[in-house]
Design a protein around this ligand. Structure first.
Ligand SMILES: [Zn+2]
Length: 241
């Protein structure tokens, strides 16, 4: 999907009570965000779930944009340690532009302004990978980034809104990623108010993610949305469910 850009790969932009946070700046993030009038210089933080290219490719340019080429140093980067070790994905000269780099670890909590998040568990994925559970003044939501399915996923990420990366259509996936039936199981057990499916691989895309989302919604009785490029979701929608 990254190679064709049939769907954009720029990541998630959170705007939470005035705190702007960028999650997983994949290839094209600088192009997609500026095109949509999102202001990198307003970011307080960039969170990297793991070092894979489709999540991290634009992290350096986004640090430059956040800090205006280093002339306005600010902001923090949150990343697993292995993204900074051999073959680091963040250029060392950019570290001086930042307030700091914080290392994500299993079971730890972090704060950014009035937002807090935890990285409850290390995922099953070829590199060090963490999903996130966010807490704002009024809401909780989770981002289940790349992982193979495991027993505790629904319980760990139970929250009002579940955002999850669904790469494969069929069971027994050839790589450590969630499938459509994994997503179905997680939503059925975690029972969020709303679930957003994203990060589709080609097999999911060919099966029309919006039709998959509609079918699962009917089966499970939870509102399920297939993400689109540039889609916005307002957390206040959760108040009416
Ligand atoms: Zn990955």
């Amino acid at each position: 999907m990254v190679a064709t850009q049939i769907l954009a790969s720029g990541g998630l932009w959170l705007s939470l009570n005035g705190t702007e946070i960028l999650v997983d700046p994949g290839p094209g993030c600088i192009v997609q965000s500026t095109k949509r009038k999102l202001r990198p210089d307003k970011l307080s933080a960039i969170i990297l779930s793991h070092r894979h290219l489709d999540h991290s490719a634009d992290i350096n340019v986004m640090i430059e944009a956040m800090t205006q080429g280093g002339f306005k140093p600010h902001g923090r980067v949150f990343t697993p340690a292995d993204a900074l070790e051999t073959e680091p994905v963040i250029f060392s000269y950019l570290k001086d532009y930042l307030e700091g780099i914080e290392i994500l670890q299993e079971g730890k909590s972090y704060t950014i302004g009035n937002i807090s998040f935890t990285t409850p568990v290390r995922h099953i994925h070829p590199v060090e990978t963490y999903g996130m559970l966010f807490k704002t003044d009024g809401h909780t939501f989770a981002y289940i980034t790349d992982t193979r399915y495991f027993e505790d996923l629904p319980r760990i990420y139970a929250s009002e809104l579940l955002i999850m990366n669904v790469v494969f259509l069929n069971d027994n996936p050839p790589a450590d990623h969630l499938t459509v039936s994994d997503a179905s199981r997680i939503i059925s057990e975690a029972k969020p108010k709303v679930a957003i499916l994203t990060h589709f691989g080609m097999s999911v895309w060919r099966a029309r993610p919006w039709e998959i989302a509609q079918r699962l919604s009917q089966e499970i009785g939870v509102r399920i949305i297939a993400a689109r490029d540039g889609m916005k979701f307002d957390l206040s929608q959760l108040d009416n469910i």
